[in-house]
Design a protein around this ligand. Structure first.
Ligand SMILES: Cc1cc2nc3c(=O)[nH]c(=O)nc-3n(C[C@H](O)[C@H](O)[C@H](O)COP(=O)(O)OP(=O)(O)OC[C@H]3O[C@@H](n4cnc5c(N)ncnc54)[C@H](O)[C@@H]3O)c2cc1C
Length: 332
């Protein structure tokens, strides 16, 4: 179905329904007929590395770039709220779930191909697969990302980084679907990359693909660096538990984990959520944690660290779903 046909169908659906009658879930689901597979009431805990999150009203899995664009346009034309997700590795999803459509960018948008001086890859490719593809071609620059459990799209949105590297260092340009429904290429300089920040956090772009500039190097040397970083992760991070990685942004001049430890909060627990004993910057799901548990623990940490060190910890994890606003307990 072409975008215009989708818009017509959505307009028709709006005009067909009686004033004040809510659009049924099946009517909403039908928006994606012929565009992408769509499931209803899909538990988001199945799609987040925290293993937390209530049901998404609609869970849409486009299998190509064109299908992703059409799915987004269908939502916009029908005024249906939508949320793009990648691998759900930086998300805390409400226990009450998510209204409207969750559009998951993954398989089908995970192609990787060589371009002069680098690679071009779809937004749905996992960062670790992308690192592997680069290593196999003797291309260096992505080693730091080996072991970050996100997609390229989520990584660009977050400007993911580790061990002195970040995606901004290798991005040449990003292909997006703009809020206005146009396909555009954004040069790296237009992406406002900063520490765990990008223009995509503000401009509503859906990331479709990106071109990365990489440097030729010996595949064995690249592999060795990837393994070193992976080993460091295994040693320092509680990878045996579900989590969303570092919960807080790094405060200027400090490390969040060290401040939390200094406040005696290592091992602190609310319900099934616990400050990791292995890395105090991580909150882990010890089993059955709710988003409410994690929020309460985050607020406890923010309060205690503020009291003890005078530092305001800001969340790196993103809060999505019904009533999802980042915790702020200033003044309490
Ligand atoms: C064990 C562990 C270790 C981690 N280590 C690191 C680390 O070293 N460094 C680091 O930076 N992060 C780390 N993270 C956090 C996380 O993996 C990264 O932030 C990652 O980039 C998120 O990618 P994702 O695909 O999972 O995105 P999601 O969590 O699904 O989404 C994150 C945000 O990106 C947006 N988004 C996703 N895809 C798109 C798209 N195609 N277009 C537009 N917006 C999009 C979403 O709307 C959301 O706001 C870690 C997480 C875990 C669980």
């Amino acid at each position: 179905m072409a975008v215009r046909t989708v818009e017509r169908a959505a307009r028709q659906m709006r005009s067909d329904r009686k004033e004040g009658t809510p659009v049924t879930i099946n009517e909403r689901k039908a928006l994606f007929d012929g565009i992408a597979p769509c499931r209803t009431q899909e538990e988001m805990r199945l799609h987040t590395t925290f293993r937390i999150g209530g049901p998404a009203e609609l869970f849409v899995t486009p299998e190509s770039e064109a299908a992703l664009c059409r799915a987004v346009e269908a939502c916009r034309a029908a005024d249906l709220p939508y949320q793009i997700v990648g691998n759900g590795s930086n998300l805390l999803v409400s226990d009450e779930g998510i209204e409207g459509a969750v559009i998951a960018v993954g398989e089908g948008l995970d192609g990787v191909e060589p371009v002069p001086g680098g690679l071009r890859a779809g937004a749905g490719v996992r960062l670790s697969s992308l690192c592997r593809a680069a290593q196999a071609r003797g291309l260096s620059g992505l080693e730091f990302a080996f072991g970050i459990p996100g997609t390229l799209g989520g990584g660009l949105f977050m400007n993911a980084g580790a061990y002195g590297g970040e995606l901004a260092q290798v991005v040449r340009r990003v292909r997006v679907l703009t809020r206005e429904g146009e396909l555009r290429t954004r040069e790296a300089a237009q992406c406002a990359f900063g520490y765990r920040h990008s223009a995509f956090m503000d401009n509503g772009d859906v990331i479709l693909a990106a071109e990365l500039a990489l440097t030729p190097d010996d595949p064995a040397a690249i592999e060795a660096r990837m393994q070193t970083y992976l080993q460091r992760r295994k040693e320092k991070q509680p990878l045996e538990y579900p989590s969303a990685g570092s919960v807080f942004r790094r405060p200027a001049g400090h490390y969040a984990g060290a401040l939390i430890e200094r406040s005696g909060l290592k091992g602190a627990r609310v319900g099934g959520a616990q400050v990791s004993e292995k890395h105090a910057g991580f909150i882990i799901n010890c089993g059955g944690a709710t988003a409410g548990d994690v929020r309460a623990l985050i607020e406890q940490i923010q309060r205690k660290v503020r009291q003890d060190s005078g530092v305001e910890l800001e969340c790196e994890v993103r809060f999505i779903g019904r009533d999802a606003v980042p915790p702020t307990d200033k003044g309490r």
